[in-house]
Design a protein around this ligand. Sequence first.
Ligand code: TXA
Ligand code: MG
Length: 326
Amino acid sequence: MSTVDGGEIQKAAGVLHAGGLVAVPTETVYGLGANAEDLSALARVFQVKGRPPTHPLIVHIGAADQLDQWVRRVPETARLLAERFWPGPLTLVLTKAARVPLEVTGGLQTVAVRVPAHPVTLKLLETFGGGIAAPSANRFGSVSPTTAADVTAELGDRVDMVLDGGACTVGVESTIVDLTGDTPALLRPGGVPREDLQRLLGHAVPDGVTGGPRVPGQHPSHYAPNARVQLVDPHRLVVEAELAAGQGLRVGVLLPPDLPLDSVKAHAVVPVPALTADYARVLFGLLRELDRQGCEVILACLPDERGLGAAIANRLRRAAGPKPAR
Ligand code: TXA
Ligand code: MG
């Protein structure tokens, strides 16, 4: 439940105007927000996140009709997508307007923009009046926060204010679509399924080429909990859990919905919801929970990749990727 009142929104807008950082709730994950036009506030975002300054941020705006202020030319496809999916978990990459500092875009001439679907942050955007640049409010490479408590656990007092808008309802980050090429391309699967984009546009939306690790979602080890995540076939789950336990590891299991709870023996077993939207909403929280329970390895199975399943599978694969030196 959100406990944010009008006074807190006023205060948060003041913090942003003064160059401070405000953690903001969105429907996807919590963001670490700064005034998108304040260079020193932006520098602090990268510092607090521990993120290389070449990795671009998303600019959050209050309404689709503000898009023209932040991008140079709004193609018809952008208007179509914005009209259908905003406010919502869709980010559009377009050619940046002069107003957008290169500090936001990691030096690129393109900018990522979205209108988040959360009443608290929409109210803040209206009160503040500008754009809020916000990456997910976690340390670089770790699991995105889906509650205000997660933000505090990740960032502590390195953030000036945390707006508690309750638990995120989508639970995985926005879908990112690049509209700067000849045809729309999917840079990151997320809260709006590819199928929904394709249905609206009437054609395929293929994966885009994002130019490597410059785009953090592309780092193989993004979204990783402390525990090592291992992807296994459902029918190998029991055996792999035994093998890992045999090596003396504390094993956590994300149990697929069709398996009975007592079928796998492990240090911690959490069943995942059968409905994909429910699974997406709780995924990051479950990974955090297994970390808290001291699991050293987390066994997970890839879900059916239709709809939101694509975003879940993407985050699980990345969580299972090789960890960088941090
Ligand atoms: O749901 C979300 O998108 C959340 C909430 C807070 O809005 N934000 C989020 O931000 O996930 P972050 O910084 O964790 O991920 C932003 C993604 C990165 O993969 C980044 O590379 C990509 O957006 N991005 C930003 N600007 C870009 C650009 N100009 N071209 C291509 N990708 C871009
Ligand atoms: Mg992130």
